[in-house]
Design a protein around this ligand. Structure first.
Ligand SMILES: [Zn+2]
Length: 300
């Protein structure tokens, strides 16, 4: 299962200006971690009431305890509403401690891991969207949608998502696998040296996802491709990306020319030599598994 495949639980991100209740879920965040507990190997999310009590008990040099109205509504999973404090620093409290984004990639249950990682993504966006990039004025929350706006010049800021492609290049029974150069993803949620990936890249202004597939494959490994076929998509909260998966076939010469500032390895791997990646929750692993098991679009 991919991270966002949380059925039968349902993710509701329609925006409502809900005021927090003490029993609601609290996503406490910092730049690269979420405040969570764990019980019997499962994530435990703190409540708004527990967060307020922690502020009350901490000596914060006269900093007032946050009012319920300070908690910002994020989204719901089923009937559980999630809130964050976007203007405050939080510290670990009770049995809750900082959990890295890497932890959220491997932990269960999936609806809680998804909620925590998407909550962290929204929190991170709020934290870096406080001043207008056009005129420098402090931004204000729009009353009825998930948007920040500038009272001085009217500029509007919506949650930022970067569309990207993940590309599985095939040549008969072989697939092109890559490893990132360690310098390329200093804040990655996985260890780039240990993990095979697929060709991937951000969609640029003015190009379609398919244009991006052709450009990225040429840039990263110097190959031409054909039969570009859409696969699944994935919202990937750890890097604020929306991933579009594509399968395609090698067109012509199979000689790899590595883009060394981005990749450390790119090689053709036979289907029979691929490792089982079924436990991983990423689209990349989903696509590798589809190829390994002969379930990619060509074979269906
Ligand atoms: Zn402005």
């Amino acid at each position: 299962m991919m991270l966002h495949e949380i059925s039968p639980a349902k993710f509701h991100n329609e925006y409502f200006p809900y005021e927090a209740r003490k029993e609601d879920c609290f996503i406490g965040c910092r730049k690269d971690a979420v405040l969570l507990g764990e019980s019997e190997g499962k994530i435990v999310v703190p409540t708004v009431g527990e967060a307020m009590e922690a502020f009350r008990q901490e000596d914060r040099d006269g900093e007032p305890v946050p009012e319920l109205s300070e908690f910002r509504y994020l989204f719901s999973v089923d009937r559980a509403r999630f809130f964050a404090l976007t203007e405050r620093e939080v510290s670990p409290f009770g049995s809750y401690d900082w959990k890295s984004l890497r932890y959220l990639r491997v932990t269960k249950p999936l609806p809680s891991a998804f909620a925590a990682s998407v909550g962290q993504q929204l929190f991170a966006w709020y934290r870096r969207t406080r001043f207008c990039g056009a005129c420098g004025q402090k931004l204000e929350h729009a009353p009825s949608e998930r948007m920040m706006h500038c009272p001085a010049c009217g500029e509007m800021y919506f949650p930022q998502i970067c569309p990207s492609v993940i590309v599985a290049v095939r040549d008969g029974e072989r697939i092109l696998l890559t490893k990132y150069a360690p310098s390329h993803f200093p804040n990655s949620t996985h260890n780039p040296k240990a993990t095979y990936a697929l060709v991937a890249g951000y969609i640029e202004i003015g190009e379609t996802p398919e244009d991006c597939v052709r450009r990225e494959v040429m840039e990263e490994v110097g190959l031409r491709v054909k039969n570009i076929t859409a696969w699944k998509n994935q919202p990937w909260p750890f890097t604020s990306t929306l991933l579009f998966g594509f399968f395609c076939d090698l067109d012509g010469d199979d000689t790899i020319t590595l883009q060394e500032d981005e990749l450390s390895v790119a090689e053709w791997v036979n289907r029979a030599d691929m490792q089982d990646r079924s436990a991983d929750i990423s689209l990349t692993s989903n696509m590798m598994e589809a190829f390994r098991l002969g379930k990619d679009p060509r074979s269906v």
